[in-house]
Ligand binder design. Sequence first.
Ligand SMILES: *Cc1c(COP(=O)(O)O)cnc(C)c1O
Length: 398
Amino acid sequence: MKKNDSFFIEKGYFGRFGGIFVPETLIPALRELEKAFFKLSRDKKFQKNFQYYLTKFVGRPTPLYFAENLSKKLGLKLYLKREDLCHTGAHKINNAIGQVLLAKKMGKTRIIAETGAGQHGVATATASALMGLKCRIYMGKEDMKRQSLNVFRMELLGAEVIGVDGGSKTLKDAINEALRDWVTNVYDTHYVLGTVFGPHPYPTMVKHFVSVIGKEAIRQIKKVSGRLPDVVVACVGGGSNAMGIFYPFLDDKNVELVGVEAGGVGIEPGKHAARFAGGKVGIFQGTKSYVLQDEDGQILTTHSISAGLDYASVGPEHSYLFETGRVKYTYAHDDEALSAFYLLSKEEGIIPALESSHAIAYVVKNADKLKNKIVLINLSGRGDKDVMQVRELMNKNE
Ligand SMILES: *Cc1c(COP(=O)(O)O)cnc(C)c1O
């Protein structure tokens, strides 16, 4: 191994987590990507261009909203970072724009991505349309059935959506298929991964593109309250919206950081996606992190009311922050998230994504402990995509 190789690989670690666990054929592509990313992340012109699209296209800075009604009800000071107001409805567009812009600078002409519920697919198709690049999205056939509206959206945006038939026909199978495509077409193709997951440099690169959330929030909350918040809360799927808001706060040790995973319908195997409550360290889809797996290392099925949190592993840096104790990880059950979904809608006139509802549920559950504190929630997305599902659940329960 050349000296450069070991340097390249060492950089991808967060303590004992992270790294690069991919077929040999992908190593040159990852190295090329890392080089381009580290160069452009320091390039003023590139950053200015990225800022331009964040401002004019995405709608940044997103507001920091004081949720007055819910604050009164819960006896604390609740601020919402309104990522639900981003173009396409969630924080995911920040990363998609960053990566597609990077791909274009690298001279790539073709974009591929995986998607579960379709949110990352829509964000990537949007960014590709904007930058004039060809786009193909891999999506499990089961997910295509459940999220047909998002499939149509991606097609309207000019993307080709490929149904994946293997395995459970869901997100992890779509990731495998996207990686296969990338191996074959690396010379002209960039793979836009949707969260702080996968092999280096993805966790670091995605963090870079989404940490605008936390940087803005620090500026905004200092301006309205004269100080930093006591607690910052975010839901954790792969972990990008959480990393986006946590990262700029990491050095402020007085700010408590709380990540909320999907507790599903119970904490037994197969019924949740709470990796830190039920997982073990393992290697999955290119990286080393906490994984929900059985005794033999087989990946367990997961369940959550929210598709965006329904995944067997979690970004490697979160595993590091879990073991060092800097971030506290807990979970909210489906029914708690659903109650929080209703509560924010009625109290504040904001219908949240079911994913973000997990973060709200934590604050509701712990209101006594949080009395009079300044609490900041990353409201990662809006609930428009979830209202049909919630209506069906309501009808079933009647
Ligand atoms: C995809 C998604 C998530 C989960 O992904 P992270 O990478 O954990 O942020 C959370 N909230 C919303 C609204 C999403 O669309």
